[in-house]
Design a protein around this ligand. Structure first.
Ligand code: HGY
Ligand code: MN
Ligand code: MN
Length: 402
């Protein structure tokens, strides 16, 4: 049976309609929409002949075969707020379709398809909770991280009806290869009119939350020289972040979220909370940038008698994909393969230190992602599925010859 892109596109559309926020696609970790999405994806996994379970981190795990050696295909089912239909979701649905297409093949390994429960880091500010559970790297720091309501990860998992005591059972010990299909989320493949990209490495990223604390006061009666304006301190810093990244080769830096307290137009902001996201394929460039940008935050605050608190949420080094598996993937893709470095973070960067991993990118029309207009071309999905089926067959030949 061949893998079918139409089936994949229809399923991505079905999942996009399952949301926590009416009128957009927003599905976060352990939310009611996650439960509904997992139920639908579980049906598709079962229809592909897989036994399905939910692990202690809420990952949806479809498995087929008796062999201990396991080939994993996975991506994430959670989304950013007001997301498109394909970031993460496409990888899970394509994996199910490839598994279905290989249903009657006598493979020397078992297959596991995983829909990771949390990759974006929206609820807790810390990403990759699902893949970290599979990799066995969920630690106390992660489990005690709190969301905006003061609920920590452990409490959230318990409230969802799962148990952190079972996290060790989420760890996959006998996997020999991992493949993740994902949209590129950038402009490179489209600019070169290519359908597919074979990922060599994933850029490292640092994520911080900063709190600028000044003193709220009356906007009309407080002379400018007597103010401790947290908003002005944060604003000067945010512009400096952009300027620093614009002049630093191979670096991107983003302040994506800002909130102010009390948030009234006639009150000088007493407190401003902001996020910082810094990325580079070169870890030294990224770490130097983080040091410079945090120092700049201090300077902007000090100049206004404002304090600034900096909380590290994640420091993730750049990760190379497995050279041998990636060469096999390039062979499966064929002449139109393009080797590429990923600026976006992916579950593969969490898995790769533990299981030989490879990633296949599909073109992002308009280079657009983390946006409701995110899209993918049907022909590219078909090319990706065909390459995925060829990859599974090449992997079987390699394993039989091993
Ligand atoms: O933020 C990222 O790089 C990914 O889309 N989670
Ligand atoms: Mn994303
Ligand atoms: Mn993603």
């Amino acid at each position: 049976m061949s893998a079918d892109a139409q089936w994949v596109m229809e399923r991505c559309a079905s999942l996009a309609a399952i949301t926590d926020v009416k009128g957009e696609t927003t599905r976060t970790f352990l939310s009611p929409a996650m439960t509904r999405a997992n139920a639908l994806v579980a049906e598709w996994m079962q229809a592909a002949g897989m036994s399905v379970r939910t692990d202690a981190a809420g990952n949806l795990r479809g498995r087929r075969g008796e062999a201990a050696k396991t080939f994993v295909m996975a991506s994430h089912l959670d989304t950013v707020p007001n997301a498109g239909a394909y970031d993460g979701i496409l990888g899970v649905v394509m994996a199910i379709e490839v598994a279905e297409a290989m249903r009657d093949a006598a493979l020397p390994y078992s297959m596991e398809v995983i829909g990771f429960s949390e990759e974006e880091g929206v609820r807790f500010g810390v990403p990759f909770i699902g893949s970290r559970a599979m990799a066995g790297t969920c630690d106390e720091t992660l489990l005690s991280t709190e969301d905006a309501n003061g609920i920590n990860v452990r409490e959230a998992i318990t409230a969802y009806g799962l148990s952190c005591d079972a996290l060790p059972e989420a760890v996959l010990h006998d996997a020999f290869a991992y493949l993740e299909f994902h949209i590129e989320q950038g402009p490179v493949l489209e600019a070169e009119e290519r359908a597919l990209g074979v990922v060599d490495a994933i850029a490292g990223q640092s994520r911080y939350s900063l709190t600028f604390t000044g003193r709220a006061n009356h906007a009309g009666t407080t002379p400018m020289h007597l103010r401790q304006d947290a908003m002005s301190a944060a604003a000067e810093w945010i512009v400096a972040v952009e300027a620093f990244a614009q002049k630093t080769k191979g670096l991107v830096a983003t302040v994506g979220s800002v909130s102010t307290i009390p948030g009234a137009g006639n009150v000088i902001a007493g407190e401003v909370r902001a996020t910082l996201d810094v990325r580079s394929a070169d870890d030294a460039v990224r770490r130097d940038a983080v040091a410079a940008l945090l120092a700049k935050a201090e300077a902007c605050a000090l100049a206004r008698s404002v304090r600034v608190e900096k909380n590290l949420r994640m420091d993730q080094a750049a990760v190379a994909m497995d050279a041998s598996l990636t060469a096999t993937l390039a062979k499966a893709v064929g002449a139109h393969a393009r080797r590429i470095v990923s600026g976006a973070g992916h579950d593969a960067m969490i898995v790769a230190p533990h299981i030989p991993s490879a990633m296949l990118f599909l073109r992002s029309p308009g280079g657009l992602s983390h946006h409701p207009d995110e899209s993918v071309l049907m022909n590219d999905v078909q090319a990706g599925l065909d390459a995925g089926v060829r990859f599974v067959k090449l992997l079987a030949i390699k394993e039989n010859d091993a």
